[in-house]
Design a protein around this ligand. Sequence first.
Ligand SMILES: Cc1cc2nc3c(=O)[nH]c(=O)nc-3n(C[C@H](O)[C@H](O)[C@H](O)COP(=O)(O)OP(=O)(O)OC[C@H]3O[C@@H](n4cnc5c(N)ncnc54)[C@H](O)[C@@H]3O)c2cc1C
Length: 223
Amino acid sequence: MSSPSVVVIGAGIAGLCTAVYARRCGYQVEVVEQHDSPGGLATSWRRADYTFETCLHWFTGARPKGALNAQWREVFDIERLRFAYPEEFARVETEHGERLCIYSNVDRLEAELLHQAPEDAAEIRHLIATIRRLSNFPMPDPSEPRPRRGLELLRVARYMPLLRWWSGLSIRDYGERFHNKLLRSFFGSGEGAQPGSEKNPRVKGQPRHFWPVRLMSAPTAAE
Ligand SMILES: Cc1cc2nc3c(=O)[nH]c(=O)nc-3n(C[C@H](O)[C@H](O)[C@H](O)COP(=O)(O)OP(=O)(O)OC[C@H]3O[C@@H](n4cnc5c(N)ncnc54)[C@H](O)[C@@H]3O)c2cc1C
């Protein structure tokens, strides 16, 4: 008897993962994709010496033995990816040459923000204290067996008041808490939360946002 078959519509991350698990469960799988390459939103392309990485700027599960790393290993060969951890994560520039760098190093970020916007010192200190506190956040691992999952939930519980406060604030409203126009622009446009999520077309005089470096790429044939 031939094995049962499934057709997966779409070769984005969800479709490809579905196809991998379906194959493992013994199904014949056909993946149908309307585009000329797989990946869906998680895609990049090369032109000359440059890689244009339009999507994944952070990848939860990159850290070996960290949360979700084991799940990624189930579906693809994560060792083939080369991760980059740039110090400068994003940059805001105005037409007048003003520049705000968003560093991934929290000490450097704090110094940069305070240097750029001393008038927002209280808000900046609040933000930096939150980043430092959440850097120890124990990301729950869905694959943990039940008794340990209970312990994880207890560990997460002490972060709940902090998370509840922040989750009640939209990124745009958050931007308005700053007086400095570069900081307002970075947070208020929504790009502080998600690169590329800006809904309004760029208007003259509005600062440009750069995500200057790729954070993740598959090795090229030459590498
Ligand atoms: C700018 C941007 C930045 C992001 N940054 C991050 C990040 O840093 N970290 C992170 O974890 N996530 C990030 N995301 C989110 C992440 O990319 C998506 O959640 C994820 O790629 C969605 O995968 P998906 O398979 O659900 O959907 P999609 O990627 O949308 O895949 C759907 C696929 O189905 C195909 N399709 C649709 N309809 C049909 C049809 N009728 N016939 C055939 N094919 C069809 C589409 O062409 C597409 O290839 C970002 C997203 C964007 C847009």
